[in-house]
Design a protein around this ligand. Structure first.
Ligand SMILES: NC(=O)c1ccc[n+]([C@@H]2O[C@H](COP(=O)([O-])OP(=O)(O)OC[C@H]3O[C@@H](n4cnc5c(N)ncnc54)[C@H](OP(=O)(O)O)[C@@H]3O)[C@@H](O)[C@H]2O)c1
Length: 268
């Protein structure tokens, strides 16, 4: 179904562009219209064959899915101006952090289905972890359409809107935690004598492999950890150090702090 849909992007900055680039290959460029105020932001998309416009109306009119890649601060005025061009036959997908489906619905004509997503720019690599939640008028058909779109670019889950701040804290901000873990592991490698490039390659691939193992085996990570920890061995010595230094506590606190900040920003 999504392969036959027409997609309009209102806002093709970092996030919008990353999603378009991740979708191309599975979707054809002729299916996509990207609108942004900055023509220079559209140049690379134009080179990929995507239809581009500096007028957001072109990304709304006659599109099946309208994907909002705007900054939250401009959502109100921009959607007010575009409102008359939306129809309940379309599905609106908002990637805007902290903007509720109710707020978007308020700005659009009645009964326009809205689906909110918390994506990652990792969509470009088709390795993103995305979460969706349905607005008031979005039913199973719209959710399945949007889900199939985001499954092209990674793993997708459905949550309730009340869980969106937690999602923002975990997978929204999570790539930054992972980059820090990779950097620190590589620093450890350098500290113990490895060249930087080799240390980084080993650290990054270790996280990719471990993540895939968790997803593909379906095993609890604690079971997998026990499987690679031999009595009195090197890993046991390292794990003891991580417990002593509070790695788990640090990561749990980071997710919680980011989720709280997301809730705070959503109020303002
Ligand atoms: N970047 C991420 O990692 C990430 C992750 C998850 C969610 N998000 C969400 O994705 C959304 C976009 O973030 P971003 O990082 O892509 O921001 P961005 O790079 O600033 O992109 C937003 C784009 O929208 C354009 N724009 C503003 N008004 C417009 C209008 N009336 N019509 C068409 N285009 C318009 C902006 O142009 P001007 O610059 O000229 O205003 C800008 O190029 C945000 O709501 C953010 O919360 C981002």
């Amino acid at each position: 179904m999504v392969k036959k849909s027409k997609l309009g992007f209102v806002g093709a900055g970092n996030m919008g562009k990353a999603l378009i680039e991740g979708l191309l290959g599975e979707l054809s460029p002729e299916q996509i219209t990207a609108a942004d105020l900055r023509s220079e932001a559209l140049e690379s998309l134009m080179a990929l064959g995507v239809q581009t416009s500096t007028n957001a109306i072109d990304a709304v009119k006659r599109q099946d899915l309208v994907i909002l890649g705007l900054k939250p601060q401009v959502a109100g005025p921009v959607l007010q101006e575009l409102a008359m061009h939306f129809s309940p036959k379309q599905t609106v997908v908002s990637m805007m952090a902290g903007v509720s489906t109710a707020r978007i619905e308020e700005l659009l004509p009645e009964n326009v289905p809205v689906v909110r997503v918390m994506p990652q720019t990792l969509v470009r690599l088709k390795e993103a972890a995305c979460a969706l939640c349905a607005g008031r008028s979005a039913g199973a058909e719209q959710m399945s359409l949007v889900r199939s779109l985001f499954e092209i670019v990674g793993t997708t889950v459905e949550v309730s809107e009340g869980q969106m701040d937690a999602v923002t804290g975990l997978s929204g901000s999570g790539p930054a935690w992972a980059y820090m873990v990779i950097e620190a592991m590589a620093d450890g490698g350098v500290r113990t004598g490895l060249p930087r490039d080799i240390a980084l390659k080993l650290a990054a691939q270790t996280l990719i492999g471990a993540g895939r193992q968790v997803l593909e085996s379906g095993e609890h990570p604690a079971v997998l950890k026990d499987q690679v920890t031999s009595p009195g061995g090197t890993t046991a010595a390292g794990l003891h150090k991580l417990e002593e230094k509070g790695l788990r506590d640090a990561l749990i606190s980071a997710v919680q702090a980011a989720a709280e900040r997301s809730a705070e920003l959503g109020q303002s």
